[in-house]
Design a protein around this ligand. Structure first.
Ligand SMILES: [Zn+2]
Length: 214
């Protein structure tokens, strides 16, 4: 089971202190999705992965995290309205704002991670259109991350984002000759290419790869 407690955080932008729910402990039963979204119950703690200061609107994983943004930057219309993206889910909006903050801070990978969380919140709210849009943005941002960090997990994440945002041809051409050192990673990549060929945008988990490639 998951346990929660309440903790106080002081906003790095306005200096005010607020209480937030924090995960004490959780667990995960089952395999993660192909974009590494954890299985329940960890999956269900998503609402604790972002905090928004009720006073100044600063959103980040934790509001006490140092940032280069200030109150004026946070009061801009583009931040307040998520660059014109009308999310159905309030949680998706918070993740999108955390993406904007981290991008401004030059934390590209963290910004991309928040876009992925934003897509998951959209999935949960059945906000399909914005889920596709945000996945496409995350795929482009991880391309930047991969220029300096050649991680296989990031490549696999990017394959899933490309496929689930409908960029099948790009996935197939970019990853046609890419090989992975890890056997499971290679199987996942082959599975992704097969799905892309079939223009399949559904959500799959790592367990599906094992049962469908044996
Ligand atoms: Zn604040």
């Amino acid at each position: 089971m998951t346990t929660y407690f309440t903790a106080e955080y002081t906003c790095a932008v306005c200096g005010r202190t607020h209480k937030f729910r924090v995960v004490g402990s959780t667990n995960s039963f089952g395999s993660p999705d192909l974009d590494l979204r954890p299985a329940p119950m960890q999956r269900d703690t998503i609402h604790t992965w972002v905090q928004t200061c009720p006073d100044c609107g600063y959103s980040n994983g934790k509001i006490d995290r140092d940032t280069s943004v200030d109150k004026k930057w946070l009061s801009r219309e583009s931040y307040r309205n998520c660059e014109g993206t009308a999310f159905i889910s309030g949680l998706a909006k918070k993740f999108y704002q955390a993406y904007m903050v981290n991008l401004h801070d030059g934390k590209t990978e963290r910004a991309a991670d928040h876009l992925v969380y934003c897509a998951w919140a959209c999935d949960d709210a059945h906000d399909i259109q914005n889920a596709v849009k945000v996945r496409g943005m995350a795929a482009d941002l991880y391309e930047e991350v991969l220029k300096t960090d050649d991680s296989e997990a990031t490549k696999l994440m990017r394959m899933d984002l490309l496929r689930r945002s409908g960029r099948f041809e790009q996935l197939q051409s970019e990853y046609e000759t890419v090989t992975f050192s890890d056997e499971l990673h290679d199987k996942i990549a082959a599975f992704q290419k097969k799905l892309a060929k079939a223009h399949d945008t559904d959500c799959y988990c790592v367990g599906d790869v094992l049962t469908q490639t044996e």
